[in-house]
Design a protein around this ligand. Structure first.
Ligand SMILES: Cc1cc2nc3c(=O)[nH]c(=O)nc-3n(C[C@H](O)[C@H](O)[C@H](O)COP(=O)(O)OP(=O)(O)OC[C@H]3O[C@@H](n4cnc5c(N)ncnc54)[C@H](O)[C@@H]3O)c2cc1C
Ligand SMILES: NC(=O)c1ccc[n+]([C@@H]2O[C@H](COP(=O)([O-])OP(=O)(O)OC[C@H]3O[C@@H](n4cnc5c(N)ncnc54)[C@H](O)[C@@H]3O)[C@@H](O)[C@H]2O)c1
Length: 470
C-alpha cells in the first residue's frame, strides 16, 4: 500500500491547498470527477457567465426606461453554451495538468472511500493516467487526510419516485446539467425558491423562456431578511409565473414535454423541469462508518474551529462540512487547513462571522450578517435604516424603482450587525459594509470617516448609514 504524507479528497477547493510550501511532502489528490469541482464546472462561474448574457438581454428589454428603442432579435443558445464551457473546460484541463506536473503530487482520478481513519480505498481507479502501481494497489494511506468532497443536488423523494421520472419519460434537470442542454426550452418549471431557482429563473426568462417557479412557502428567498424576500417576491411575480404555497404532486409525460400537476389543482405544461431544492453533503459513499469521523444530523462532517474532524489527522472543509455552501467560505476554510497542515503547533481558527452572499438574479441581492428577525430572536437592541435607490442620484440615473439598502446597527456599540441590499450592483455595494463588520468599524465612522464618490451608487450605502439614529 502506497503511503503519503497528505491525501486530499476532492479537487474543488481542496485543490488550492498544495503550493510550494508543501514541496517536501508526498501528496495524493483524489478526484472522482473534474478538477475545479462545483464552482468551476457547474456552479458559481458558469452560472454567473449565463447571468452575464441574461443581464445584457435585460438591458435591451428595459431600454425603453432610458427612452431608447431596442429589440432583442435572437438568442444563440448554442453559442452562449460553447463560449462559456469553451472557456471553463480549458481551465479544468489546465488545472489537472498543473497538478500532474507537480513532482511531489500524485493525482488519482478515483472515488475515495475510507477503510479506516487513515486508509483510503480508491474505487474505479482505472484511469490510465494514474501510476500503474497505484491502480494495482487500489489502497493508499496518509498521515493527514483532507476531506473536501463537496455536495450534490438534492432531488426530493416525492419527485424522484414519480412514475414518469422512474420510467425515464420525464427528465428532472438540476444545476449540474441544465446549463448544457441542447436547446433553449420554451417553457420551464423550476421547483424550489432559493438561490439556484432565483438565478436560473432570471437567466432563462431573460433569454425568452416562459418560467414558472413553484415554491412551497409563501415567499421566495424566505431565508433572507423579510424586506428582501418581500421585495424579491413582488419583482418575481411581475416577471415570472410564481406559484406560492404550492407543491408538485405529479408529473406526466406529454407529446411535447411534461405536465406538472400542482397541489392547488392546477397544472403547468412545460418542456423542461429544473429541480432546485437544496444541496446535500457528499458524505454517503465516503465510508465514514469505517472511521471515527463524526457527522451531524444534516450529514455534514463535524469540524472544530481549526477544521479538524473527530479523527486525529483528518480535516474537512467546504460544502462537506460547512453550514455555508459558498465558495468564498470553502476557500477561506481551505486556507485555514493549508496553514494548519504546515503549522501544527500554531493552529489558526476559521472565521465564520460577517459572511456575505449574493444572489445574481433580477434584481440582484446581497446580504451579510443578521436579518431583522434574527436580531430580534437574539434579543439585540438594534436600529434599522433603509434608503431606496430612487433617493440617490445614481439610482435616478439607473431608473431603478425597486432597489434599497437596509442596515441593522446595534444601539449600544454602534456596530453594524446586518445589511441587505436589493438592486443593481448590490453585491459590489455591500463590500464596504462587510469590511466594516469584519474590522469592527462603527456605522458612524464608516459613514463619515471617508469620502464617498459623488454621485456614485455607493451613496445609497452612505445615506443608509447616515440615517441610523442611535
Ligand atoms: C448552481 C450553483 C451556483 C453557485 N453559485 C455560487 C456563487 O455564485 N457564489 C458562491 O459563493 N457559491 C456558489 N455556489 C456554491 C459553491 O459552488 C460551493 O459552495 C463550492 O463550490 C463548494 O466547494 P467545495 O470545494 O466544498 O466542493 P466542490 O467544489 O463540490 O468539490 C468537491 C469535489 O470532490 C469530488 N468528490 C466528491 N466525493 C469524492 C470522493 N469520494 N472521492 C473523490 N472525489 C470526490 C467532487 O467530484 C468535487 O470535484 C453555487 C453552487 C451551485 C450548485
Ligand atoms: N450566488 C450564490 O452564492 C449561490 C448560487 C447558487 C447556489 N448557491 C449555494 O448552493 C446552495 C443550494 O442552492 P439551492 O437553491 O438548491 O438551495 P436553497 O437552500 O437556497 O433553496 C432550496 C429551496 O428548495 C426548497 N425545497 C427544499 N426541499 C423541497 C421539497 N421537498 N419540495 C419543494 N421544495 C423544496 C426550499 O424551500 C428552498 O426554496 C445554496 O444554499 C447556496 O449556498 C449559492
Amino acid at each position: 500500500m502506497e503511503q503519503f504524507d497528505i491525501a486530499i479528497i476532492g479537487a474543488g477547493s481542496g485543490n488550492m491547498i498544495i503550493n510550494r510550501k508543501f514541496a517536501d511532502k508526498k501528496v495524493a489528490i483524489i478526484e472522482a470527477d473534474k478538477f475545479g469541482g462545483t464552482c468551476l464546472n457547474v456552479g458559481c462561474i458558469p452560472t454567473k457567465m449565463f447571468v452575464g448574457s441574461a443581464d445584457a438581454a435585460q438591458h435591451v428589454l428595459g431600454a425603453e426606461r432610458f427612452n431608447l428603442s431596442a429589440q432583442l432579435n435572437g438568442v444563440d443558445w448554442r453559442g452562449i453554451v460553447s463560449r462559456i464551457f469553451g472557456r471553463i473546460d480549458g481551465n479544468v484541463a489546465a488545472a489537472e495538468q498543473f497538478r500532474r506536473d507537480n513532482d511531489n503530487v500524485t493525482v488519482f482520478k478515483s472515488h475515495a472511500h475510507f477503510v479506516s481513519d487513515h486508509v483510503l480505498e480508491l474505487i474505479d481507479a482505472g484511469d490510465e493516467a494514474n501510476s500503474p502501481a497505484a491502480v494495482a494497489e487500489q489502497r493508499i494511506s496518509a498521515d493527514q487526510i483532507v476531506i473536501a468532497a463537496g455536495g450534490h443536488a438534492h432531488i426530493p423523494d416525492h419527485l424522484s419516485q414519480l412514475p414518469a421520472v422512474m420510467d425515464g419519460s420525464v427528465v428532472l434537470h438540476t444545476s449540474d446539467d441544465i446549463m448544457r442542454i441542447e436547446q433553449l426550452p420554451q417553457r420551464m418549471v423550476i421547483i424550489g425558491s432559493g438561490f439556484i431557482s432565483a438565478e436560473f429563473a432570471h437567466v432563462f426568462s431573460s433569454l425568452g423562456v416562459e418560467v414558472t417557479v413553484v415554491a412551497r412557502a409563501d415567499a421566495l428567498l424566505r431565508r433572507h431578511d423579510v424586506a428582501v424576500s418581500q421585495q424579491f417576491t413582488q419583482c418575481a411575480v411581475e416577471q415570472w409565473d410564481v406559484r406560492l404555497n404550492t407543491t408538485v404532486i405529479d408529473i406526466v409525460a406529454t407529446s411535447d414535454g411534461a405536465r406538472v400537476v400542482l397541489s392547488d389543482g392546477s397544472a403547468v405544461e412545460c418542456d423542461s423541469i429544473l429541480v432546485a431544492a437544496g444541496r446535500n453533503p457528499n458524505t454517503p459513499g465516503l465510508g465514514l462508518h469505517n472511521t471515527s469521523i463524526e457527522i451531524d444530523e444534516g450529514g455534514r462532517v463535524i469540524v472544530d474551529e481549526y477544521q479538524r474532524t473527530s479523527a486525529q489527522g483528518v480535516w474537512a472543509l467546504g460544502d462537506i462540512s460547512s453550514h455555508w455552501q459558498l465558495k468564498h467560505v470553502a476557500n477561506h476554510e481551505a486556507r485555514v487547513v493549508q496553514h494548519n497542515l504546515l503549522n501544527p503547533q500554531n493552529l489558526k481558527a476559521a472565521r465564520h462571522d460577517a459572511i456575505p452572499s449574493g444572489v445574481f438574479t433580477s434584481p440582484q441581492i446581497a446580504t451579510v450578517g443578521l436579518t431583522s428577525a434574527q436580531a430580534q430572536e437574539l434579543g439585540l437592541d438594534v436600529v434599522e435604516s433603509t434608503v431606496d435607490y430612487k433617493e440617490v442620484a445614481y439610482g435616478w440615473a439607473l431608473a431603478d424603482p425597486v432597489g434599497f439598502c437596509k442596515v441593522i446597527v446595534e444601539r449600544s456599540s454602534g456596530l453594524i450587525v446586518g445589511a441587505h441590499i436589493v438592486g443593481a450592483q448590490a453585491t459590489t455595494l455591500l463590500q464596504p459594509i462587510v469590511q466594516a463588520m469584519s474590522f469592527a468599524v462603527p456605522a458612524a465612522d464608516l459613514a463619515r470617516g471617508q469620502y464617498w464618490i459623488h454621485p456614485a451608487l455607493t451613496e445609497v450605502v452612505e445615506n443608509a448609514l447616515l440615517r441610523v439614529r442611535l
